[in-house]
Design a protein around this ligand. Structure first.
Ligand SMILES: C[S@@+](CC[C@H](N)C(=O)[O-])C[C@H]1O[C@@H](n2cnc3c(N)ncnc32)[C@H](O)[C@@H]1O
Length: 281
């Protein structure tokens, strides 16, 4: 299925006039956001750790030349940049292409190896299950999937050591728990929360005055991290970087969720939230 960008109109509205601005697209994916930023006159530096997107990124580079730079690495690499940017945009989670290719192991709807890696590097989900203790596995199922009876299920998964998506799916007794179990493993295999936290920590230093950080989230765990981080940046008391009596360094952009029409035409938008902040000094 073609990847349809989620909340792109809201992101463009939040960014305002981007002509001649330089934007970091932290999650290139199918390039829907990058293409819109470039089309509106911006320069784009894009990250993605999935090697499968490189061909699309190369095509965009051929079209837009030096206005588009692609960095094939995790977006926590933002911390290693030295320039200051006008906007940093995250469209989190996985793309339709990643879900649709059964061989990548993200989906319980197709049978494939239990892989789930966004990059082609590191431990697969099957390796992860083998290496983690029952307690660690249970903790991940609870924390990232809100799975009930996580201890018993973790024991069952450890004992069975599933190697394919269907083997894992068939171990989960309650069909309602299948999607949360897959989500929890995917988050752990890709260290998604660690990546997000490290990248957000780097954002304030990489934005100029008036610079914006916009995040589109897809589940409550990543949304909570973004919400709490933005709240800390926009609230003077309790933020150690802000001297007492000073105004907060950032102001909040109104949170947006998709319209019923967007959800109807793109079910992936179902649980999306767009949150943003503007750097005020
Ligand atoms: C929802 S898709 C982005 C779609 C994109 N906005 C578009 O319009 O086509 C998320 C993408 O972010 C990438 N991604 C997720 N976490 C990442 C990370 N920590 N570092 C780099 N890329 C990441 C995934 O590989 C995936 O391609």
């Amino acid at each position: 299925m073609k990847h349809i960008p989620v909340l792109l109109d809201s992101v463009m509205r939040a960014l305002g006039d981007v002509r001649d601005k330089t934007i970091i697209d932290a999650t290139f994916g199918a390039g829907g956001y990058s293409r819109a930023f470039l089309g509106a006159g911006a320069r784009v530096v894009a990250f993605d750790r999935d090697p499968n997107v490189v061909a699309d990124a190369d095509a965009l580079h051929r079209e837009y030349g030096d206005r588009f730079v692609f960095l094939p690495c995790p977006f926590s690499g933002i911390a290693g940049l030295s320039d200051v940017y006008d906007a940093i945009v995250f469209d989190l989670g996985i793309s339709s292409m990643q879900i649709d290719i059964a061989a990548r192991g993200f989906s319980f709807r197709g049978d494939g190896p239990l892989d789930m890696r966004m990059s082609a590097r590191g431990d697969t989900a099957a390796d992860f299950i083998q290496t983690a203790s029952v307690d660690e596995l249970a903790d991940i199922l609870r924390r990232y999937g809100d799975v009930r009876h996580a201890g018993a299920l973790a024991r069952k998964i450890k004992d069975a050591a599933p190697q394919t998506t269907f083997e894992l799916r068939d171990l989960v007794a309650n069909p309602r728990d299948v999607a949360p179990v897959f989500q929890a493993l995917r988050i752990a295999v890709n260290d998604e929360m660690g990546e997000l936290t490290r990248a957000l920590d780097a954002v304030p230093a990489r934005l100029g005055v008036g610079g914006k950080c916009i995040c589109v989230t897809f589940h409550s765990i990543e949304d909570r991290i973004v919400k709490n981080t933005f709240r800390a940046w926009t609230t003077a008391p309790g933020d150690p970087r802000i001297p007492s009596g000073a105004t907060p360094e950032f102001t909040l952009v109104r949170t947006v969720t998709p319209t019923a029409a967007e959800v109807a035409s793109n079910p992936r938008a179902r649980s999306a939230h767009m949150r943003g902040v503007i750097k005020s000094y």
